[in-house]
Ligand binder design. Structure first.
Ligand SMILES: Cc1cc2nc3c(=O)[nH]c(=O)nc-3n(C[C@H](O)[C@H](O)[C@H](O)COP(=O)(O)OP(=O)(O)OC[C@H]3O[C@@H](n4cnc5c(N)ncnc54)[C@H](O)[C@@H]3O)c2cc1C
Length: 694
């Protein structure tokens, strides 16, 4: 049996065209600020970013009658529009099977620890509504003949709450949301990069008054960098994750996120120690996760050294061909690296082995035209000699074909099509891949409405630090949709974005432009390129899946030095476009110091291995074993249970990174809503806890 899907249907799910944007609205005025002719745009709320999260917030606000505009570095750039795994996923809790218990789902979402319990519940309970509204907008999520959503199991998901419309699910989400944004007439400023958040007031009274952006379309002789002023009391940061932090990365190119932008404005960040790493093809080619069916087809994995010799390196780790093949399969739904899965010959030994091969200068490949070679002295690969869970899955999927490419063709023909689009035919040639950085679980610290610590500044999507140590696959897209909606509801209830802001913020804007320009110096020896090389190498080599106290401490010292140098010398540029990159790399340098500070703080305080990273330590309690013997260099510390109950908060105090911890917010599972008692809070708006925003 082979899934027989006509080519045009596969094409439509793989090549997703984006709608055409309407012409941009003109600025309301032009002001001479700090000797620059600056166009001024006024709005009730500015959404920064046009990924799935930002578009959702804009749609929800506009539908509630708010004056909202979108600014985006690149309209269809970012992670939602340009990446995906072989199946993007959303959380489903709406079918009458397991998984329709929101409390159980919330427990699964926060099971890795260091996550606010109320946030996990918000994401779980909001998920059905998100799915239904995306379906209403036209997202083609697959259904059974009676309308139930087709679901499957993904990583950190014991129940099977994931669904997908194929490899381009998140791009399809962007498409349907963008079409709605256009239908609703939300002004959209493309090629517009937010470079500075403008605030007023001190302490708890500090609040947003607008932002500075750089816009290609506003570059003139009197304004060579295209600086634009956006006046608004409310901003929603939906700028995605800091993909450019790492050299070894499966993010699409040009993902800078907003961590540095936020830190500079006094916004607090959280959980920066938590990321996701896993196997995929790098962004230098076509960035894509090799999870799901790519590995469930069980291709042969090998490396090639500088002399061109092949190495069957996984055989040095696993004790039998069956164990090796079954763990390659398990990467399908245990995709992210997880330290404890290196133990007991688990699936993260695959990541460790690949990481070591690449660190040793070998290139690693997946060959779909060969089954895994046998472990020396053991039986050859056979579909009948696989662990029970693996055999059962392949049996249910009808994947009994002799070769991996035919099993893949059968289970997911789109996965082959997808690489063909990028001129890589995995049916013909092996696929090169590596262990890459893929997701930032931490980010801007927000409450259950997406509010940051600065009045009027919200964060949603990957920009927000709402995930804990682990997240089930698909939870990122779901969180962006849920919090995009929650932030919009809150902003709307506050009434602050009903009309475009009318304030005169000349003095604040002039000071902002002054400091922006002071940090850009044509003669500086620091260029965007030199910063990129230094920061990315440091992060990939010292803050990847394997860390230790000494090398993280050393990397932090270097990161601090770099920021001190940037403060002293500025960043060089010669053209407007380079100036934008210069600012973004200055922000990335800050973000990198923030991540390393949090990691150093965590390790120095006894932090152990969890989620993305193994904390290697000669005195560590856990020792991964390989067929050839114990892997002493990778002995690692266990996680301390107390660390699951708290989160590390990071802020910028002057030029210094400040660190503290806070306990996770809790959620009382026993508390029940009661209609007559709770309705008045909803009717009067008390539900939104607006007192804090006065
Ligand atoms: C390979 C890969 C596979 C993944 N698979 C899954 C999956 O299966 N399921 C899942 O849930 N998640 C997955 N994720 C994560 C998920 O895709 C992202 O977390 C999510 O798409 C982020 O959406 P977002 O709207 O927050 O940001 P993005 O989609 O990244 O959008 C950010 C937007 O902000 C803009 N922007 C950035 N900086 C600025 C600025 N300074 N000024 C103005 N605009 C700016 C960008 O141009 C872009 O429009 C995956 C990620 C990767 C890399």
């Amino acid at each position: 049996m082979t899934i027989d899907v006509p080519q045009d249907i596969l094409d439509a799910l793989t090549d997703v065209d984006m709608p055409r944007l309407p012409p941009e609205a003109a600025p309301s005025e032009v002001s001479r600020l700090a000797c620059v002719e600056v166009p001024v745009y006024r709005a009730g709320c500015v959404v920064v970013g046009s990924g799935a999260a930002g578009l959702r917030a804009a749609v929800e606000m506009k539908r509630r009658g708010d004056d909202v505009v979108i600014v985006s570095q690149s309209a269809w750039g970012g992670t939602s529009a340009c990446s995906g795994s072989d199946k993007q996923t959303l959380h489903t809790a709406n079918t009458a099977d397991q998984g329709d218990n929101y409390k159980a789902m919330a427990r699964a979402i926060r099971s890795g620890g260091a996550m606010d319990e109320d946030t996990a519940y918000v994401e779980a309970v909001g998920s059905s509504r998100m799915m239904a509204s995306l379906q209403f907008l036209g997202l083609p999520l697959p259904q059974d003949p009676l309308g139930g959503t087709l679901r499957y199991q993904t990583d950190h998901d014991e129940v099977g709450r994931a669904t997908s419309c194929g490899p381009r699910t998140s791009r399809l989400m962007v498409k349907v949301l963008a079409e709605e944004v256009i239908r609703l007439g939300v002004p959209f400023y493309n090629q517009t990069t937010a470079v500075k958040i403008l605030t007023e007031g001190d302490g708890a009274g500090r609040h947003v008054v607008g932002m500075l952006a750089m816009r290609a379309g506003d570059r003139t002789e009197e304004n060579p960098l295209g600086i634009a002023l956006l006046v608004s009391d409310v901003i929603v940061l939906a700028a995605g994750g800091p993909g450019e932090l790492y050299r070894d990365s499966v993010y699409p190119n040009g993902c800078f996120g907003s961590l540095g932008l936020a830190l500079e404005a006094g916004v607090e960040l959280v959980n920066l120690t938590e990321s996701q790493f896993g196997i995929g093809t790098r962004r230098e080619g076509f960035p894509w996760n090799l999870s799901g069916t790519y590995v469930q087809a069980i291709p042969h994995i090998y490396s090639v050294d500088a002399e061109g010799a092949e190495h069957h390196f996984l055989a040095e780790y696993y004790r039998s061909t069956q164990e090796l093949a079954s763990n390659v399969f398990r990467k399908g739904y245990q995709w992210p690296f997880h330290a404890t899965r290196m133990l007991d010959f688990g699936s993260s030994l695959v990541d460790l082995a690949i990481y070591r091969e690449t660190a040793a200068g070998r290139r690693v490949f997946m060959d779909f035209n060969r089954n895994p070679l046998p472990v020396p002295g053991d039986l050859p690969f056979g579909l009948e000699r696989l662990d029970e869970d693996v055999r059962a899955y392949l049996g249910n999927a009808g994947a009994s074909q002799a070769m991996p490419i035919d099993r893949l063709k059968h289970m997911n023909p789109l996965s082959i099509e997808l690489y063909r689009r990028y001129k890589i035919d995995i049916a013909e040639e092996p696929l090169e891949f590596a262990v890459n950085n893929q997701h930032m679980n931490g980010g801007i610290m927000v409450d259950t409405w997406g509010r940051s610590n600065i009045g009027g500044c919200y964060a949603i999507g990957e920009a927000a630090g709402t995930h804990g140590v682990t997240r089930p696959g698909g939870a990122a897209l779901n969180a962006g949709q849920v919090f995009g909606t929650r932030a919009a509801e809150h902003i709307s209830a506050s009434g602050r974005a009903k009309r475009a802001a009318a304030e005169d913020i000349t003095a604040i804007a002039e000071a902002g432009i002054g400091s922006l320009l002071a940090a850009l110096r044509a003669e500086s020896p620091l260029t965007a390129k030199s910063l990129r090389t230094e920061i990315q190498a440091r992060m990939s080599e010292k803050a990847g899946i394997l860390c230790d106290q000494e090398s993280v401490g050393g990397a932090l010292i270097e990161a601090r030095k770099l920021n001190a140098e940037i403060r002293k010398k500025g960043v060089a540029y010669s053209r407007g476009a380079e100036a934008v990159r210069g600012v973004q790399w200055r922000h990335m340098a800050l973000a990198s110091e923030a991540v390393l500070s949090a990691l150093d703080f965590f390790i120095r305080n006894g932090g152990g291995s969890r989620g993305a990273r193994a904390i290697c330590d000669g005195q560590g309690e856990s020792l991964p074993l390989a067929r050839a013997g114990p892997l002493q260099d990778y002995r690692f510390r266990k996680e301390r249970p107390a660390h699951r109950e708290e989160q590390i908060v990071v802020r910028l105090d002057g030029d210094q990174i400040g660190l503290s911890t806070r306990a996770n917010r809790t959620f009382d599972e026993k508390a029940r809503s009661f209609f007559e008692r709770d309705w008045p809070a909803w009717l009067t708006g008390r539900t939104y806890d607006l007192a804090r925003d006065k």
